[in-house]
Design a protein around this ligand. Structure first.
Ligand code: PRP
Length: 186
């Protein structure tokens, strides 16, 4: 069983109400930007982006599809010299005529999204943009264009609202920070 998160949480970085308010704003912005632009596809990168996607899509008031893809995980994935990550689950539809928005929970080094952008560009979508809930810019190693950002956050270990700590607590409705000392202490 995982430990109670209250034993290692430092503070709540983004409370539920702030998350929901920002997601509502992003949904309105996307609805405005893509109105009358043709096929819109929200492409979620598993698994962290799922909670954000399911809230965001309900705040987008124009027709759209959703799809999922997965790449090798941050912890175990081996970045190739080009900074590429391995595709472990591909989407099932062609994106050639689609305006694609990649939906991510967090952009850290940028390698994941940079690789995904490179892969998808080869499939010639009508347009390709990134929507990330959290941007940890201090950790960036490769440049990535992010069209929609929920929150810029400091270089802290965060969890909740889709982000896990040892695979748990993705269900929390807020973003919390981890006290690593307390987390490591049994
Ligand atoms: C996290 C997050 C991003 C990636 C960001 O995924 O969801 O995909 O790391 O890091 P980067 O910018 O340094 O590449 P993770 O591999 O932890 O998997 P998960 O989404 O299944 O939790």
């Amino acid at each position: 069983m995982p430990r109670d998160y209250r034993t290692f949480m430092k503070n709540i970085l983004i409370p539920e109400e702030e998350l929901q308010a920002r997601v509502t704003e992003l949904g309105a912005q996307i609805s405005h930007d893509y109105r009358d632009k043709g096929r819109l596809l929200l492409l979620c990168i598993l698994r962290g982006g799922v909670v954000f996607l399911t809230d965001l899509m309900r705040k987008i008031h124009i027709p759209h599809e959703i799809e999922f893809m997965a790449v090798s995980s941050y912890g175990t994935g081996v970045y190739q010299s080009s900074g590429q990550v391995r595709l472990t689950l591909d989407l099932r539809t062609s994106i050639e005529d689609a305006n694609v928005i990649l939906v991510e929970d967090i952009i850290d080094s940028g390698h994941t999204i940079a690789s995904v952008l490179a892969m998808l560009s080869e499939r010639h979508p009508k347009s390709l943009a990134v929507c990330a809930l959290l941007d940890k810019a201090e950790r960036r190693e490769v440049f990535v264009p992010i069209r929609y950002v929920g929150f810029s956050i400091p270089n802290e270990f965060v969890f909740g609202y889709g982000l896990d700590i040892d695979e748990y607590y993705r269900n929390l409705p807020f973003i919390g920070t981890v006290d690593l000392e307390k987390f490591k202490t049994p």
